[in-house]
Ligand binder design. Sequence first.
Ligand SMILES: NC(=O)c1ccc[n+]([C@@H]2O[C@H](COP(=O)([O-])OP(=O)(O)OC[C@H]3O[C@@H](n4cnc5c(N)ncnc54)[C@H](O)[C@@H]3O)[C@@H](O)[C@H]2O)c1
Ligand SMILES: OC[C@H](O)C(O)[C@@H](O)CO
Ligand SMILES: [Zn+2]
Ligand SMILES: [Zn+2]
Length: 349
Amino acid sequence: MATATFLDILTRKPRNIAVLTNPDHELYLQQSDRPTPGPGQCLVHVRATGICGSDVHFWKHGHIGDMVVRGENGLGHESAGVILATGPGVTRFQPGDRVAIECGVPCMKASCFSCRTGQYNACPEVVFYSTPPYHGTLRRYHVHPEDWLHKIPDTMTYEEGSLLEPLSVALAGIDRSMLRLGDHMVICGAGPIGIVTLLAANAAGANPIVITDINETRLELAKKARTEGATSFELLGQEAKLVIECTGVESSVVTGIYSCRFGGMVFVIGCGKDFATLPFMYMSAKEIDLRFQYRYHDTYPKAIGLVESGVIDVKPLVTHRFSLEDGEMAFKTASDPKAMALKVQIIDE
Ligand SMILES: NC(=O)c1ccc[n+]([C@@H]2O[C@H](COP(=O)([O-])OP(=O)(O)OC[C@H]3O[C@@H](n4cnc5c(N)ncnc54)[C@H](O)[C@@H]3O)[C@@H](O)[C@H]2O)c1
Ligand SMILES: OC[C@H](O)C(O)[C@@H](O)CO
Ligand SMILES: [Zn+2]
Ligand SMILES: [Zn+2]
């Protein structure tokens, strides 16, 4: 069965295709040869990839902070697929296994403080696929170290597998924000990160939850995506104990700060400008904590369990689907507010 899958796909689709950008802000498809898995690596046929706000940002703006697009750069880091072949020494996987790809591959050396202490998202040598200078996983064939692949159950779709990545961001944020049952909460921004944070915060017991956006459609999508049981969706009734900021836009961060109660916390997931002006002394007089999230560590197993058990339903996030060949159109849709997209997926059958 697995061998048939392998031969079938390679015969039908012998060439690798990827979606790339470059320092001139162009977006294009590029063909290349199918890679061969080396020791400890698996060859994955990437079946579903979601477009992240960061992918659009690298394309349109050429950088996020000091991560700069300096050459041709493949996009995409929210991917799931099926293993077609394994390299020498691979022990945990075999062809036919369905996997989610964790795109940050840290060094894991004992001499690396971040890796040694479990905060591998801070590894200075991390290869994060799609962050320059590393190509992304928005490609047909991708080789990946087996250690950073996560088996997904047969009941989980590839799309859900790819959504484990933004869910990982939200889970890491919820964890570090120390959200507690019954916390009054505001989420700024109803993009995919804001909505998946809404789903996770709802599951974690925040109540009530208010979500903001400047785009009505996004707020409607947030309402649709919320799970049964989320209450008091529109009225907080008092200042927030916790604000999770999912836009990175300065004015939104400031609004978040003014929504906070004495001793509350503004937890920033969104990526914004290099410098921001904040109401410094207001925060001081109200003892408002400001914390940040940078990617995630050790979230995939938890995310798989939450989706598999139905505690978090990520499916409503997907609004548009395109083939890999239509990758350019997929990015235009993801970045055009008139398209009213939330999560755009690129699918390769
Ligand atoms: N920290 C991390 O590790 C991490 C990981 C993934 C994504 N991100 C960042 O998280 C952010 C959200 O990602 P996304 O994919 O949801 O992006 P997105 O652009 O799809 O969503 C952002 C939303 O914010 C809304 N918005 C803009 N200005 C606003 C304002 N002033 N008030 C309220 N809402 C406003 C937009 O209308 C949009 O719906 C991005 O900045 C992304 O780069 C950070
Ligand atoms: O989901 C992961 C994020 O998009 C990336 O960390 C990005 O913000 C920078 O590379
Ligand atoms: Zn991302
Ligand atoms: Zn390291």
